[in-house]
Ligand binder design. Structure first.
Ligand code: ZN
Length: 155
């Protein structure tokens, strides 16, 4: 980033944004809450930035069986491939693995029992929770909100 043409106030604002975004996601992604509101549709914003959960069976991706890639709707980072997807019957798109380094994890206590929340490593956007009842080979189930995934079919 080029700081030479910034005013002192702009510079401080940018530094604060950089610090707070890297504190949350581990990486630098300089978008303010206002920026996200403008970029995302309200239902995407609610999940990605406010850790909301879509209604079960509401995502068209539940029945998506074509070959392709699943990207983060916030930043287009590739999170999953169709080879990692399975039908969990839970009503949310489910995966047993993810693209290396594309996700980061934290434990949340919203349901009293600790759950492992995960978010996009690139933009920090919330995607879902990981549970230990998935199929082989990992035994894990990444329960993802379909609304914050962008499916790109293989051509
Ligand atoms: Zn992202």
């Amino acid at each position: 980033m080029d700081y030479t043409n910034l005013s002192r106030r702009e510079f401080i604002t940018k530094v604060v944004i950089l610090m707070s975004s890297s504190f949350y996601s581990g990486k630098v992604f300089a978008m303010t809450d206002k920026d996200w509101k403008e970029k995302l549709r309200p239902e995407e914003y609610d999940v990605l930035r406010k850790e909301g959960t879509e209604r079960p069976n509401s995502s068209i991706l539940n029945n998506e069986k074509r070959e392709g890639d699943y990207l983060c709707v916030g930043c287009d980072s590739k999170l999953f491939t169709s080879e990692m997807k399975f039908d969990s019957g839970t009503g949310w798109p489910s995966f047993f693995d993810y693209i290396p380094d594309s996700l980061e994890f934290k434990t949340d206590f919203k349901m009293i029992i600790p759950r492992n929340e995960y978010h996009c490593a690139e933009c920090g956007g919330h995607h879902g929770h990981v549970f230990k009842d998935g199929p082989k080979p990992t035994g894990l189930r990444y329960c993802n909100n379909g609304i914050v995934l962008k499916f790109i079919p293989k051509v």
